[in-house]
Design a protein around this ligand. Structure first.
Ligand code: SAM
Length: 164
């Protein structure tokens, strides 16, 4: 779906001006076994293959404390996606859905998110299982997962707020 000229039956694109209002700083690159979108899982699995979040050296210190978590949230930029579809036909069968009713990579701001299993951290590289993106996908952010899984150690504060 990277060719902006190709539409499936009943799909609908919109006219867009140049996007200029926000600038992301990618913090690194994701290494996965998948070079072709057709080989990627639609959603990652926690027992999927080991992948790497390779952080740019300037961000290595930002990983301090992350090792306390079993599962983390990864945000990435699905850079090969087209960005102009308002209705899409994921199965190419003529049935369409609104973009915001789908987790399709095709969206105005192609941010992907996955909850992944943290395997280990070595020198600025976070090894994880549970991703579904192409090798070389730009890394946007990493966050500890929400309360249900984290942190492994009991929270240090007693202010009643269960997680940050
Ligand atoms: N787990 C994320 C989410 O729910 O936000 C992404 C789900 S999306 C359905 C995953 C699909 O995006 C993959 O199966 C692949 O077809 C496609 N994809 C993966 N990496 C991509 C990239 N760098 N650019 C565009 N599409 C990509």
């Amino acid at each position: 779906m990277s060719d902006p000229g190709e539409l499936r039956p009943n799909e609908q694109a919109v006219e867009l001006g140049p996007a200029s209002d926000a600038t992301l700083r990618f913090i690194g690159t994701i290494r996965t076994p998948w070079r072709d979108r057709r080989d990627c899982p639609r959603q990652g699995r926690l027992d999927g293959p080991e992948c790497q979040l390779v952080l740019d050296p300037v961000w290595h210190d930002g990983l301090k404390g992350l090792e306390d978590y079993d599962t983390i949230e990864v945000l990435y930029w699905l850079d090969k996606s087209r960005r102009d579809l308002v209705r899409q036909s994921p199965k190419s069968d003529g049935q369409t859905f609104g973009t915001f009713a789908l987790r399709s990579p095709v969206r105005p701001n192609p941010i992907g998110t996955s909850i992944v299993k943290l395997v280990r951290i070595e020198k600025g590289t976070v090894f994880v299982r549970g991703l579904d993106c192409l090798d070389g996908t730009p890394l946007v952010d990493i966050k500890p997962d929400r309360c249900a899984f984290s942190p492994k150690a009991p929270p240090k504060t007693d202010n009643g707020i269960p997680c940050q």
